[in-house]
Design a protein around this ligand. Structure first.
Ligand code: 2AM
Length: 175
């Protein structure tokens, strides 16, 4: 159904091994602190949240971003944090490479030029691990996780009987 909006976002996803590692950490933290852990398959780092987008806009969206040339970068995930306001425990890095912010800026600029509307608040990179936690005292000391980022994705968030599922709609390589 082309007129039914889809919940879309751009993101990067780590290899399965890293998803499992972070997924296990999420499970452990949810048991310790309460809340709902993110399933390993759903572990990701959002670049830009678009929200409800009409399916017939997706081709335009793809075309708009296809000429973005981003550079590869490495992330080192070594910490956990807590946002009391939205009740999430997340994993994050001490510092993020400029290539990540350049990619996010390029996506935002391109989409703005193409007339798309999106949340334009400052980008705060984070990997959500647990939702609906009311109290958490970070940080959890992690063995640093090295994540080489080689591609970025357009994803759809779907509500299913088994909970939220993410579907990859398109992917672009970094160089
Ligand atoms: P979150 O994990 O901090 O909730 C899919 O929902 C992805 O888009 C999640 O990574 C989510 O971040 C992110 N996102 C960003 N802005 C959002 C918003 N206004 N509503 C829901 N998800 C949002």
């Amino acid at each position: 159904d082309n007129h039914k909006p889809a919940r879309l976002f751009f993101a990067v996803q780590p290899a399965n091994t890293i998803q499992k590692q972070l997924g296990n950490l999420a499970k452990k933290l949810a048991i310790e602190w309460g809340g709902r852990c993110i399933k390993p398959d759903n572990i990701h780092l959002t670049l830009l949240f678009l929200g409800e987008t009409k399916m017939d806009k997706i081709d335009l969206l793809r075309t708009a971003v296809t000429n973005i040339t981003g550079k590869r970068f490495d992330l080192t995930i070594q910490k956990t944090g807590f946002w009391k306001r939205n009740q999430i425990i997340y994993a994050h890095a001490d510092t993020y490479p400029p290539e990540l912010f350049s990619l996010v800026d390029a996506i935002k600029n391109t989409l703005r030029d193409s007339g798309f509307k999106f949340d334009d608040r400052a980008y705060k990179p984070h990997i959500t691990l647990v939702r609906k936690t009311t109290l958490y005292t970070p940080p959890e000391t992690l063995q640093p996780i090295e994540w080489p980022v080689k591609e970025w994705l357009l994803m759809q968030s779907k509500q299913t009987d088994q909970g939220i599922r993410y579907i990859i709609l398109d992917r672009w390589q970094l160089h």
